[in-house]
Write a protein that binds this ligand. Structure first.
Ligand SMILES: [Zn+2]
Length: 417
């Protein structure tokens, strides 16, 4: 039921359900003819005609030419109008945010990469809100046409209320991110999801995982996390915190200290910060100078890309990290029996130097019946996987609501405070 609505009568409930059914059928199956919609939904042709006329009048669906004749006149084909509304999608991490406006057909209309000077929640929210204002201005889209906002955030995220319960990456505790953003964006509903979960959804819908209902996305960045998709749904556990594999213990005694305060965590051994530190230890200042680089300013992106990634000392570090990733994957694959494992995040840009040892060790360390059929791949999406996942999750919310015309008129001030 929509907010502020009175309890609906039974016949009204039924009408809403039928509208949702017709719209969803056109969205999933379009371009599609009216008689096909009737056949697939089990509704009578006159009912379908009435609903389609409403949806056409609202601009939610559109007619896009003629289909093949099955004997009589050629049928008019219907499809969802991707321009019927928009989604504001955001991916946050320490130091950076990616924002985008997308239409209902997953087309990115405009996007921005923001440098975040501060990781304080209020400042991050202001930066994201400011970016939304700029994207709206650049595209000429009104805030009122932005139906929903989807956010991918690191850390333990309670998606049911948009709370970031804890993020060692952002140094946040109990930040009501969804509420804060919604208040500053004219009360747009906001869905917040853990970054690895969102990336898994992004890969499954738009990347290597298309058509693969059981997959694990391993996000190898400063933080390490897994998005676990089982039967097409994110596996969140009791509070949505499942997949925090960065803090699985891989060294029981005397391991390196982790950002979470414990020792021997997967993330402390293999996170981007550790890899960068190790690279700095072995790289010679003179060698770096040859490539116009300096040890103090070195970034993980430089370490995992050419020319540094081709140096034997860096390959050795990445092979060690890859082997450790393989152990973690052997455990994950044994637990969840996926069809596919996608390696993503900053470290995955190293490519086969990392993927090859990870795959080899995973196959050595898990039972053949479980691990041999698994496809281990690198994320190859042109768009940011967490951003696209955050978008897709927000989109699902939009399509659960029937009457898009009841959207409130929204106003927001985008000036940075
Ligand atoms: Zn830890």
């Amino acid at each position: 039921m929509l907010r502020g609505e009175k309890p609906a009568s039974k016949s009204r409930d039924l009408k809403v359900l039928n509208r949702l059914l017709v719209r969803e059928t056109i969205r999933r199956q379009g371009p599609i003819a009216r008689h096909e919609v009737a056949k697939l939904t089990g509704l009578t042709p006159p009912t379908v005609t009435v609903i389609v006329n409403e949806l056409l009048a609202e601009g939610v669906v559109r007619e896009i030419g003629f289909g093949e004749s099955t004997g009589g006149r050629r049928p008019v084909m219907l499809a969802l109008n991707p321009r019927a509304g928009d989604v504001f999608a955001v991916r946050i991490q320490r130091g950076q945010a990616v924002t985008a406006l997308l239409d209902l057909g997953a087309e990115v209309l405009a996007s921005q990469v923001l440098r975040l000077e501060s990781h304080l929640p209020g400042e991050v929210v202001e930066a994201v809100v400011g970016s939304c204002g700029q994207l709206l201005e650049a595209t000429g889209i009104r805030l009122g046409d932005v139906f929903w906002c989807g956010v991918a955030s690191p850390g333990l995220v309670d998606s049911s209320c948009g709370l970031v319960a804890r993020s060692s990456n952002l140094d946040w505790e109990n930040v009501p991110l969804g509420k804060m953003l919604s208040e500053r964006l004219g009360e747009i509903p906001v869905h917040v999801e853990n970054i690895s979960n969102a990336a898994a959804v992004g890969e499954r819908l738009f990347g290597s995982g298309r058509g693969c209902p059981n997959l694990i996305y391993l996000n190898l960045s400063v933080g390490i996390g897994a998005g676990i998709v089982i039967n097409g749904e994110i596996f969140g556990g009791a509070r949505g915190y499942a997949g925090e594999v960065g803090h699985m213990v891989l060294v029981p005694e005397g391991g390196p200290r982790c950002a979470c305060g414990r020792e021997g965590c997967f993330e402390a051994l293999c996170g981007a910060r550790t890899v960068l530190e190790k690279a700095k230890e072995v790289l010679d200042e003179e060698v770096l100078k040859r490539y116009g680089l300096k040890k103090d300013d070195l970034t993980i992106a430089e370490v995992v890309s050419r020319p540094l990634v081709e140096l034997p000392e860096i390959q050795e570090i990445l092979a060690e990290v890859g082997a450790m990733v393989g152990i973690a994957l052997a455990n994950l694959v044994s637990l969840f029996n996926p069809e596919m494992v996608v390696l993503g995040g900053e470290l995955a840009r190293a490519g086969s130097v990392l993927l090859e040892p990870a795959t080899r060790v995973a196959k050595e360390r898990a039972l053949g019946e479980i691990v041999n059929p698994v496809r281990f791949v690198l994320s190859g999406m042109s768009q940011d996987p967490p951003l696209m996942g955050a978008y897709a999750l927000a989109l699902e919310k939009i399509f659960q609501v029937d009457d898009w015309r009841t959207r409130p008129l929204r106003t927001a001030s985008f000036a940075r405070g």
